[in-house]
Design a protein around this ligand. Structure first.
Ligand code: PNS
Length: 191
């Protein structure tokens, strides 16, 4: 019998519990599943490709038939290269459907032999997205139960570094404006 290999492509910036839920479901129906992170130089991701890969590798370490890879260019070309027969995508709500359908049909046009398989994550993740996780974390909200521990930790590290950077830029700015106003008042006296 033919073994069925699938790819699960995405940005994963960062990976969430919703992604993990889908990976688990996919690993049960496909013989092999490759989580494929898009290397997209146009987007300005919060996490580097290496960070996203590390997080996904840690998250999927317990699944024997799941691996993590990166790709650029067309998803269908990558799928062909790794000899996958299906593309796995998650649909959380009707709002995802239109975009996903468009992509699936375009991918079918490009590569008719490749099937897109849609799966639904658990209802408790139906509102969850990487964008919202980034926003909530950056604004100091709790992301507990939304992302795996390793992702939570990396997000906290990123945000701490960003805060430190902001604070040091702020204090440098204050020091610079103090020096400016001192030299201005010095100039006035000299006049
Ligand atoms: O996690 P995302 O951002 O929703 O994933 C979107 C992704 C990576 C699956 C999609 O943008 C994609 O397939 N990009 C690769 C380029 C490509 O094949 N474009 C044509 C899609 S029809």
């Amino acid at each position: 019998m033919k073994r069925i290999k699938a790819i699960y492509p995405g940005s994963f910036d960062p990976p969430t519990n919703g992604h993990l839920d889908l990976i688990e479901r996919g690993s049960k129906i496909f013989d092999e599943l490759v989580v494929a992170i898009l290397r997209n130089p146009e987007k300005n991701p919060l996490f580097s490709l290496a960070d996203r890969r590390k997080m996904l590798e840690a998250m999927t370490a317990g699944f024997d038939n799941v691996s993590v890879d990166t790709f650029d260019g067309l998803t269908v070309d990558y799928a062909l290269r790794v000899e996958a027969r299906a593309i796995l995508r998650g649909i959380r709500a009707i709002s995802d459907y239109e975009y996903e359908l468009q992509m699936a049909l375009m991918n079918r046009k490009l590569q008719p032999g490749l099937e897109t398989v849609f799966m639904m994550p658990a209802e408790k993740y139906s509102y969850l997205s990487s964008r919202l996780v980034r926003e909530v974390a950056q604004l100091g909200g709790s992301i507990e139960c939304l992302v795996p521990e390793i992702v939570g930790q990396k997000l906290r590290e990123k945000i701490d570094v960003a805060h430190k950077f902001e604070k040091s830029a702020e204090s440098k700015g204050k020091a610079a404006s103090k020096t400016k106003s001192k030299s201005k008042s010095g100039n006035k006296k000299a006049k």
